[in-house]
Design a protein around this ligand. Structure first.
Ligand SMILES: Cc1cc2nc3c(=O)[nH]c(=O)nc-3n(C[C@H](O)[C@H](O)[C@H](O)COP(=O)(O)OP(=O)(O)OC[C@H]3O[C@@H](n4cnc5c(N)ncnc54)[C@H](O)[C@@H]3O)c2cc1C
Length: 442
């Protein structure tokens, strides 16, 4: 049944990362005209593994994304290992994950996942009009009331809705007046990859290619503090094993913010307690490629996510520490919410500002909860989704302790939540300037 109160919108997505691509997919499927503006050429995409639990994967399924195109590894275990001996200390089984939730727990390589979403956003197949992509456009300023973005190359565009998916150092966030409250994290990270062919060639740790996320450290043990942690997982059809190597911030040689694209030597990672790391893990890192530093920051929740015709999503709205592996999933959920809210079931396409306020109302409590849990998991690996169920096997108890569980993440029903809240919202939100704080919490 067609909705006479719905209309097609021109949507400008500024930032073509994972969140921006997901938003483009969701909004083109909702019937809108989408243009993606990205600051650089996608050829410089780098990165390691990105895990995509059911709460993200369900949207890929709903959107008809060809997941095989992303070459996922389906995870079967989360394994905790001792830093020095590599002895398995604990294991959370994902054997029943697909049976329980209807989808596997995917592990993608960032580049593959990005290509998969880009293809889905721009393909002539699939619902809605294909999104267009414009590269080498760095957003500089924004007129949020009128929906006008000016780029560094002098080009100016106007749209009905502007989506700021421009990542952790978002220009659009600054332009809507949000000043991040953030501090340098006590922990820093190096990412690197090891090729499966090199594991075979050099006879390295054979079970590195097991479909599991394997952790070393993450707990204080004697003089080895909790900030020493490794997170390892295979991705890209199992051809690459990806590593996140964490250490206390004071150990790093790389104090500058940003994604540095110059490879660092192995010796930069093998500092401090890495000398005492399990020899099998050490052997892998010594044969790694693509070694990049990754500075981490802890952000407080932002006061608001939208102003006028502009809204922020993904890392621009709720940057989080990586310890719940939920950064990409939260960006996908944001995109899903926008797709539903501006879809034909609702009237928000006729009142963009109310729709953006509603999006914030729906998304902020859940994303903020995950953001806080990601910061807690920096200090204690038992706070990680999955391990929370081992340390407090009773889901109700874990919830009472405020811990995030697999159940809480995967049982959430966004369509129902939006339908329920939309009823209150249209009455409460008579003026686009009303503070969303006055609304009932989700
Ligand atoms: C290079 C890179 C590597 C990453 N690697 C990992 C990883 O290995 N593991 C992990 O868990 N997370 C990684 N992340 C973070 C992870 O991708 C995010 O948590 C999550 O995917 C949220 O996506 P996002 O779209 O909000 O942000 P991002 O994926 O960061 O995308 C933001 C996009 O906006 C573009 N952009 C920024 N400023 C402007 C501007 N002024 N004008 C136009 N475009 C702009 C950027 O080039 C980028 O493409 C990485 C991010 C980046 C950018």
């Amino acid at each position: 049944m067609s909705n006479p109160n719905w209309k097609q919108l021109n949507v400008a997505v500024v930032g073509g990362g994972l969140g921006g691509m997901a938003a483009a997919v969701a909004l083109r499927r909702a019937g809108h005209k989408v243009s993606i503006y990205e600051r650089r050429d996608f050829k410089v995409e780098v990165g390691a593994s990105i895990s995509c639990a059911y709460n993200g994967g369900q949207w890929l399924r709903e959107w008809g994304v060809d997941v095989k195109r992303g070459k996922p590894v389906n995870l079967m275990k989360l394994t905790m290992r001792d830093w020095e001996t590599g002895k398995i200390l604990n294991q959370y089984d994902l054997d029943h994950y697909e049976q329980d939730w209807g989808l596997p727990y995917y592990m993608f390589h960032r580049v593959d996942m990005h290509e998969m979403l880009l293809e889905c956003a721009t393909s002539p197949d699939g619902e809605g009009e294909p999104a267009t992509v414009v590269v080498d456009h760095i957003a500089k300023t924004l007129d949020y009331e009128n929906g006008v973005v000016t780029f560094e190359n002098g080009e100016v565009i106007k749209a009905d809705v502007i989506i700021g998916s421009d990542g952790i150092r978002s220009v659009l966030r600054k332009e809507i007046g949000v000043i991040p409250q953030m501090r340098s994290a006590p922990q820093t990270c190096y990412r690197c990859n090891v090729k499966k062919s090199d594991i075979e060639k050099f006879g390295l740790m054979a079970d590195a290619v097991d479909p599991a996320i394997q952790f070393w450290g993450g707990f204080t043990k004697g003089d080895i503090n909790r900030y020493y942690k490794i997170v390892m997982s295979p991705c890209s059809d199992g051809e690459i094993v990806s590593f996140y190597c964490f250490m206390p911030t004071e150990m790093t040689n790389h104090t500058q913010e940003g994604f540095v694209f110059e490879e660092v030597p192995v010796s930069d990672i093998m500092a401090g307690m890495y000398n005492r790391l399990d020899p099998l893990a050490k052997g892998l890192i010594e044969h790694s490629i693509d070694r990049m530093p990754w500075r981490l920051y802890v952000h407080q929740p932002y006061p608001y996510w939208h102003k006028g015709k502009t809204v922020i999503l993904g890392d621009a709205a709720h940057p989080m520490m990586p310890h719940q592996s939920q950064g990409a999933c939260m960006a996908i959920e944001d995109a899903a919410a926008l797709g539903i809210i501006f879809g034909k079931e609702y009237d928000f396409a006729n009142n963009v500002e109310a729709g953006l306020a509603f999006y914030e109302h729906i998304r902020k409590p859940r994303a903020t909860r995950v953001q806080a849990a990601s910061a807690r998991a920096t200090e204690n690996l038992n706070e990680r989704i999955g391990f929370t169920s081992l340390s407090a096997p009773d889901a109700a108890l874990a919830a009472k302790e405020g811990k995030l569980t697999v159940n809480e993440m995967n049982e959430y029903k966004m369509h129902d939540h939006i339908a329920k809240e939309a009823k209150h919202f249209s009455n409460l939100f008579s003026s686009p300037q009303t503070s969303p704080k006055a609304l009932p919490s989700a």
